[in-house]
Each structure stands twice: as structure tokens, then as C-alpha cells.
Write a protein that binds this ligand. Structure first.
Ligand code: SF4
Length: 710
């Protein structure tokens, strides 16, 4: 038996794994005891990774390129040459007739940094459009925008190590116990080691994470800003703000102070549906502990004001000086394994390589020079929702979807399915051929996946870690980066840029791509010029920044109180409570909240292959409070129709004390192909935050009634 060290491909904790394999087959997996993210631990998902790569799952894999001439035809197997020539012909013809913005790429936080880098270079460098977005838009873009707005850069200041040092941990909008289980094990360890450590959980539901808290604030969905403003009101009233820190390291406090004057605990209690004493208690714990840290995720991000949710929380850290010290700071948890790596290479429609600013001509010129092209476009491309709307309207004619399943994961599913039906040409690059999005593929490109790929990912704490191949690709599957490189050369020839494309995409390995990315970071806030593949293999994961000449990366940012803003000061964001895209009404009286289960991952294309992972919850259930069920004469196991302004789903109901009256919850993992035609996201709105463009996937107003067939 052989062993290969790699990284778990699920959540942003980024646990190290040891893959056991024999005769070209993965036979087992265990936690890497040397990996600083997990020190040998794995959760149920990570510890069953080998089962999702067993020979029995081969039937779910895309193994050969497949193409169809017309939408009504079935796809048939073709050679890679035919597949990529057809793709390049289509893209070249559309670009020639309609311009570069008529094509788009939609990727994923599951792609490795090297894959992301070449996709970005292809779209923004060779094609000349910024129409490259990814499913990270659904996940982390409000955290990115919040960090940039408040602190000046997209850089989480904390590390997992800080959990051990904190005296008060606030978990907001995250069921960490389910979604980031190994990070939560650290929280449990820290509380055992320090019984005085306080855990405060802010979440509409009484999740497993909330169950463990000293104080749970079950606020009405989307009322976080009112809560944080009221906490600051209390801190000001009680004299708990840190005036020295505010004066020395921040700006904009007076404007915020004026706003929070109105947010009395009583006023916020009525907006948030909370006890005013609990708000005061939370404010005291936050401000008076020796070290306060926040961990947060989609419950803050997935709102049409997600950026300001983030900034309102960061305001509390700045006002109390709870940042830049061991155990103190705002720490966004990344949902996906490489959402961070994607951000580093500029893998969103409004980002440029190495945290450069698309609006800055000097930054665009730097990227153009690095890539050897005349220029990169200045106008942001289409973000996820905008992209699919443009596909539906015909403004974008062809889309290349890689490693993600928007036909299940995007909100307002009717819009997305219409867009994919309307598109002139859809390429889907996937390891698994059974996703809903694959049904729309005119061209299916089989890709390698976990256990077969080489490259790097970056986890929530800015640690870059190696991903390694243990076995070779099944069938004719190819690595994502290699498919892009091959396509780019063919497209370049057709665009009359053959020599340029050959120069731009001359890579023979992921390491060569990573080395170019590394060079792009020189002198930037995320400088990694002091790292190498060899170092990552020999010394293990490293945190950025790690410039050339440094002996180690940075565990913690902003320890000197200097921020990467024009003035060097962090910015208070004066923000007010806003209402969600839709409010409950007489017709749609319930708040619907969506979230993750312990044992499933995203759209279940991988975890759905592992029978053991259904033992926790085997089907999607609508969780509802007893009062609401009695009012509707519903009993456990009844089939109910859940209807929003956009669509409806039918599923079983279960009484649950985890949700408050007037609210209900459904897990987000099941799609139309496993729920009789319509997945959960058919219910959710596509309204998005104007800054981050992140859609409001966390909330919809719905009605629930007993389902009667026919
Ligand atoms: Fe994988 Fe996340 Fe579980 Fe770690 S916590 S094993 S990264 S799913």
C-alpha cells in the first residue's frame, strides 16, 4: 500500500489527509497528523472521501468528452481533439460576431489555484473580457467586500490558532459544528482548556453550534445590523469602547456614533425579535473580554446587504480594539476549499490578479505586462446572477461552466434553467456526469477530481497547502488546467493570436502556473514570493504574506494597527438596518432559512455517492415549529408544499424546536433531480447586494400547506 499526502476537497477548514492507495485505487483516507489545520482529525465528510472515489462510484463519473450538434440530440462520445476544436470554433465565431463579452466562464471554489489562474488569464488576457465569475460569488463575496470596505484588503486577519487564545468567541451566521466541524472541535478544546471562555452564537436557529453556546441570540433573519448597532450603542453608553484604538488607528467613528445613538437595545430588540437584556449582555461580553474573536459565514454573507452585515460586525472589533492581537479579530470562514485561492488570482468578474484593483489603470497595466498582452479590460464582467440573466436575454451567447452545478445551486432556479436552455452553446467541465447542469451541456468535458489532481489550495486562515494526485485519471478525464491550456492555444489560432496564446499558455505542469502566480504577488499584500512547491511539500502549509527573504508567513494581520487603506486607518462603516429582499406577508407569512447538514456537501455530487452519509438525514425535511404545524394541522412526515413568489417544492415536514414560530428551515443540498423536479433553490430570490453582488440565498418569504396530489 502506498500513501500520498493531500488536502480534503470539501470545506474551507482545509484539513490535511493521507490518501492510502494500492494498484491505482484509493483504498482509504485518514487525517494528516502533521497538518496544522486539523492535526490528524477529520469529520464525517473528510473521513469518507475514499468511499466517494471507490470503483463503485465510477458510474457517476464523466469519462469521455461528449458532444451534441443540436439541443434535441443526445450527446455522443468524441475525441478530445474534436471536443476542443468545436469549443474553440464556437467561442471564436461568437467573439468575431458579437465581441468578447458575448462569452463567459463560470467556475468554482473547488478549482485549484492553478486551474483558477489559467481560466482567469484565458478570459481577461487572451479573450479580453472580465466575464469570469464563480460560485464563490454565492458564498464569500460579501466577506471580500466587507474586509475591503472596513480594513482595506481582502485578508482575514486571524488564524485557527487564535481560537485557543480567545476569551470570547462570537459565532455569527454559521453552524460551525456542521459546516466547519474540525474548526469547531478546536472551539470545544479551547473551552475545555479555558472554562471562562464565553461562546456567543448569533443565529436564527438553535443549531448544534447554538446549543453549545453560553448565550444564543436567535435573531429574526436579516436583522444583524440592528443588533450590532445596538451592541455598539450599549458599549458607548457604558464607556466600553477603546478610545485610544479608535483615535490612533481608525476613521469615520463620529458618523457611526450618530447613527447608533438611535439603536437602543429596546429598539433593536423589537427589530431582531430578541430580549433586550440579551443584547446588553452580548455587548458586555464582546467589549470587556481580554480577547474577542468573531467567526462568521453565509448567515452574514448571503443577504442583499451582506457587505454591510460584515462591516457592522467589524465596526465592533474596531470600536473595542479587539483586532490584531492573539485571540481577537473578525475571522470569516470560507465555505469552499479554495474560495481564498480563487480570490488571490483575481478569479471573480470584478477582481484582478493578486488583489489588484480593476479600476486602477496602473494595476491593469501590471497584469497586462505580466501576461504579455496589450491590456486587460477595465469594466467589471458579469457576476453570477447577472451572467445567467445575460445568458437568458442573449447578451451572453456561450458559457463554459467548470466544476460547479448552477442548475441546482443558483437562486431563482426557473431563471437559471431558462438561461441554460436559451444559451447558444453550453460547455460543462465536470468530474461527475450526473449533475443537473450536465443535462444542459452541448459539450461535456470530463475532468479529474480529488485524489487525481496536483496543485494548491488556500484555506480560511490564508494557509496555502499542496493538493496531490494519488492515482491516475479514470477514462479520458483530464486536469482542469490542462484542458484550459489546450483550449486557449486552439482559440488563439482562430482569433489570429496563435503565437501569443502559445507564449501565454506554454505551461507543462501546475507548478509552472503556480510560479507565475507567485511572481504576480511580488510586493502585494498577499506576497508569497518566499514560498515554493518544494517548501510546501517539505515544511507543510504556509500562511501569506510570506515575501522572499522572510522565514515564515504571518499568523495574524494588523498587529501594528496599520491598515492597507490610503490613510493607513481602518474605516468605520456607518450603516443602518435594512429589510430583506422580501418580507413575510399575509400570502407568504413565513421566513424560510436554508443551510447545511452535517454529512452532506453542496449539491451532493460527491457526498451523495456515499451511503453512510445518508444515515444522519436521509432526505430533505422542512423543519417547522410546533405552533406553526398545529395551526396548519400538520404532523411529522406529512408531505407539504412550500411556495415562494418564484416556485414551489414538495417535501416532508418535521417538527423542530430549533426554529422559532414564524420561521422554517430546509437543508440546501437537494436539487431537482433528487426532489422530483424542483430543488430548494427554486424558492430563493436572486436579489443581490449592490456591492458584493452576492444573492440573498439565506432568506425567502414562503407559505406552507399540506400537499394533496393532483
Ligand atoms: Fe474536510 Fe472540512 Fe471536514 Fe476538514 S472539516 S475533513 S476540510 S469537510
Amino acid at each position: 500500500m502506498a500513501e500520498t499526502k493531500s488536502t480534503c476537497c470539501y470545506c474551507g477548514v482545509g484539513c490535511g489527509v493521507v490518501i492510502e492507495h494500492e494498484a491505482g485505487r484509493i483504498t482509504g483516507v485518514r487525517g494528516d497528523p502533521d497538518h496544522p489545520a486539523n492535526f490528524g482529525r477529520l469529520c464525517t465528510k473528510g473521513s469518507t472521501l475514499h468511499l466517494s472515489a471507490s470503483p463503485e462510484t465510477l458510474a457517476a463519473r464523466a469519462l469521455h468528452p461528449e458532444l451534441r450538434a443540436r439541443r434535441t440530440d443526445a450527446r455522443t462520445r468524441v475525441s478530445w481533439d474534436d471536443a476542443l476544436d468545436t469549443a474553440a470554433d464556437k467561442f471564436a465565431a461568437i467573439i468575431a460576431e458579437h465581441g468578447p463579452d458575448a462569452v463567459a466562464i463560470y467556475g468554482a471554489g473547488q478549482l485549484l489555484t492553478e486551474d483558477y489562474y489559467v481560466f482567469n488569464k484565458l478570459m481577461k488576457g487572451l479573450i479580453g473580457s472580465n466575464n469570469l465569475d464563480t460560485n464563490s460569488r454565492l458564498c464569500m463575496s460579501s466577506a471580500v467586500a466587507g474586509y475591503k470596505l472596513s480594513l482595506g484588503a481582502d485578508a482575514p486577519p486571524c488564524s485557527y490558532e487564535d481560537i485557543r487564545h480567545t476569551e470570547a468567541l462570537f459565532i455569527s451566521g454559521s453552524n460551525t459544528a456542521f459546516a466547519h466541524p474540525i474548526a469547531f472541535r478546536r472551539v470545544e478544546d479551547a473551552r475545555k482548556a479555558n472554562p471562562d471562555m464565553k461562546l456567543v452564537v448569533i443565529d436564527p436557529r438553535r443549531t448544534d453550534t447554538a446549543e453549545a453556546a453560553d448565550l444564543h441570540l436567535p435573531l429574526i433573519p436579516g436583522t444583524d445590523i440592528a443588533l450590532y448597532n445596538a451592541m455598539l450603542h450599549v458599549m458607548l453608553w457604558e464607556g466600553w469602547v477603546n478610545r485610544d484604538y479608535i483615535d490612533a488607528h481608525t476613521e469615520g467613528f463620529d458618523a457611526l456614533k450618530k447613527i447608533v445613538r438611535e439603536y437602543t437595545p429596546a429598539m433593536a430588540a423589537s427589530i431582531c425579535g430578541l430580549d433586550k437584556n440579551a443584547i446588553e449582555q452580548a455587548a458586555q461580553i464582546f467589549a470587556t473580554s481580554k480577547a474577542t474573536m468573531s467567526m462568521y459565514c453565509q448567515g452574514l454573507n448571503q443577504f442583499s446587504f451582506g457587505t454591510h452585515n460584515n462591516s457592522a460586525l467589524i465596526n465592533l472589533h474596531l470600536a473595542t480594539g479587539q483586532i490584531g492581537r492573539p485571540g481577537a479579530g473578525p475571522f470569516s470562514l470560507t465555505g469552499q476549499p479554495n474560495a481564498m485561492g480563487g480570490r488571490e488570482v483575481g478569479g471573480l468578474a470584478n477582481l484582478l490578479s493578486a488583489h489588484r484593483d480593476m479600476a486602477n489603470p496602473a494595476h491593469r497595466a501590471e497584469v497586462a505586462a505580466l501576461w504579455g498582452v496589450d491590456s486587460v479590460p477595465a469594466t467589471p464582467g458579469k457576476s453570477a446572477v447577472e451572467l445567467f440573466k445575460a445568458l437568458k436575454s442573449g447578451e451572453v451567447k456561450a458559457v463554459w461552466i467548470a466544476c460547479t452545478n448552477p442548475a441546482q445551486s443558483m437562486p431563482d432556479q426557473a431563471l437559471i434553467h431558462d438561461a441554460l436552455k436559451t444559451a447558444e452553446f453550453v460547455i460543462v467541465q465536470e468530474a461527475f456526469g450526473h449533475t443537473e447542469t450536465c443535462t444542459y451541456a452541448d459539450l461535456l468535458l470530463p475532468a479529474t477530481t480529488w485524489g487525481e489532481k496536483d496543485g494548491t489550495v488556500t484555506n480560511s486562515e490564508r494557509a496555502i497547502t499542496r493538493v496531490r494526485a494519488a492515482v491516475s485519471a479514470p477514462g479520458e478525464a483530464r486536469h482542469d488546467w490542462a484542458i484550459v491550456v489546450d483550449f486557449a492555444r486552439r482559440l488563439g489560432t482562430r482569433l489570429g493570436k496563435g503565437a501569443l496564446a502559445e507564449r501565454m499558455f506554454s505551461y507543462a505542469s501546475p507548478e509552472e502556473i503556480w510560479n507565475e502566480h507567485r511572481e504576480s504577488t511580488r510586493g502585494r499584500d498577499l506576497d508569497i514570493t518566499g514560498m515554493s512547491y518544494t517548501m510546501l511539500e517539505q515544511a507543510g502549509p504556509q500562511q501569506w504574506p510570506f515575501p522572499e527573504g522572510a522565514s515564515a508567513g504571518k499568523v495574524r494581520l494588523y498587529e501594528d494597527g496599520v491598515y492597507p487603506t490610503p490613510t493607513g486607518r481602518a474605516r468605520f462603516v456607518a450603516t443602518e438596518h435594512r429589510i430583506t429582499a422580501e418580507s413575510p406577508s399575509a400570502h407568504y407569512p413565513l421566513h424560510l432559512n436554508t443551510g447545511r447538514l452535517r454529512d452532506q456537501w453542496h449539491g451532493m455530487s460527491r457526498t451523495g455517492l456515499v451511503a453512510r452519509l445518508y444515515s444522519h438525514e436521509s432526505e430533505p425535511l422542512l423543519h417547522m415549529h410546533q405552533d406553526d404545524m398545529e395551526r396548519r394541522r400538520l404532523a411529522d412526515g406529512d408531505l407539504v408544499k412550500v411556495k415562494s413568489r418564484r416556485g414551489e417544492v414538495v417535501l416532508k415536514i418535521q417538527q423542530s424546536a430549533t426554529v422559532r414560530p414564524g420561521q422554517c428551515f430546509v437543508p440546501m443540498h437537494w436539487g431537482g433531480n433528487t426532489m422530483g423536479g424542483q430543488g430548494v433553490n427554486v424558492l430563493m430570490p436572486s436579489d443581490f447586494d449592490p456591492t458584493s453582488k452576492q444573492p440573498e440565498l439565506k432568506h425567502a418569504a414562503v407559505q406552507v400547506e399540506k400537499y394533496t396530489a393532483g
